[in-house]
Design a protein around this ligand. Structure first.
Ligand code: GTP
Ligand code: NA
Ligand code: MG
Length: 290
């Protein structure tokens, strides 16, 4: 693909961490303060990913129960995350799921930025939390290492601008690029059955541009994009790389982690779907009975 067609891609940021350390609160605070006024935001329909603008840069956040999806997508080879924000509550420190999140992120070779959360609490001990991180092999920059740690409070908003600034910087370092004209690939991060409209799914566009009317294959099923809704709840005709989108037009409900891939035409999509379904049938038959 010619280099001239590459554009800077929006970074995809996944928030991970121990239960109740404040992942959702942090994302809620960011969304509340950064989603432009007058948008359908605030009462956005259920979409597990959204974009925010910070100083002219766009960031895509995955607002999901981090682990499950991260592990699932990695297992399926559809790994969309660019940067992991590890949330650690400063009054609690390193906990089992913090360790798990570190292990997953390291195994996937992801850059980790640590948000030391709940710094508003009297019991908060950011220094102790950093020592704990060091024991896990994440050496904070102020301890001479290369792991950026930001002290934040999802309650008061303290430090959150610093966190966003770091995320913008880090995404520039990663030099994320994509070709909007490439064959479209998107990763399914959520799927559901909607009464009346059939199945819909939230996806992150990894490369190319998803368009209304585009024939696709997703797992073993062919489909054609019927409608697209962006993270602001607006119906759109197309969505480019790095961006989340809600898609309808599935013949069957896709699985989280499935890859949706653009096909040349509906006939080719249908043929590939049939081949994949046949393959699955064979695999099932070949499985030893219990
Ligand atoms: P799970 O999704 O269940 O793993 O939890 P989570 O990590 O998303 O945490 P959540 O945002 O649900 O926050 C858990 C609790 O901590 C809630 O009662 C929040 O109000 C509280 N909380 C989150 N962030 C802060 C913070 O910065 N300061 C204080 N004081 N409380 C916070
Ligand atoms: Na919680
Ligand atoms: Mg949560």
């Amino acid at each position: 693909e010619p280099k001239a067609t590459l554009i800077t891609r929006t970074p995809i940021i996944t928030v991970m961490g121990h239960v109740d350390h404040g992942k959702t609160s942090l994302l809620d605070y960011i969304r509340k303060t950064r989603v432009a006024k007058g948008e359908a935001g605030g009462i956005t329909q259920h979409i597990g990913a959204y974009t925010v603008d910070y100083n002219g840069s766009t960031l895509t956040f995955l607002d999901t129960p981090g682990h499950a999806i991260f592990t699932e997508m990695r297992a399926r080879g559809a790994d969309v995350t660019d940067i992991v924000v590890l949330v650690v509550a400063a009054n609690d420190g390193i906990m089992p799921q913090t360790r798990e999140a570190i292990a997953h992120s390291k195994a996937a070779g992801k850059t980790i930025i640590v948000a030391i959360n709940k710094c508003d609490l009297p019991a908060a001990d950011p220094v102790k939390t950093k020592s704990g991180l060091m024991e896990e092999g994440l050496v904070p920059t102020d301890f001479g290492g290369d792991v950026e740690c930001v002290e934040v409070s999802a309650l008061t908003g303290a430090g959150i601008d610093d966190l966003l600034g770091l995320l913008v910087l880090q995404s520039e370092v990663l030099e994320l690029q994509a070709n909007p004209k490439a064959n479209c690939r998107a990763s399914i991060i959520e799927a559901r059955v909607e009464p009346g409209t059939g199945s819909s799914a939230t996806a992150i566009v990894e490369s190319g541009t998803i368009r209304v009317g585009m024939p696709f294959i997703c797992g073993p099923y062919a489909g054609k994009v019927r409608a697209l809704v962006n993270d602001h709840g607006e119906r759109v005709k197309k969505v480019g790389p790095g961006m989340p989108v809600e898609i309808t037009g599935f013949s069957e409900t896709p699985n989280v982690g499935d890859e949706l891939v653009e096909m040349e035409n509906e006939r080719a999509a249908k043929k590939l779907g049939e081949e994949r379904q046949e393959e699955l049938r064979k695999q099932r038959l070949a499985q030893p009975r219990k």
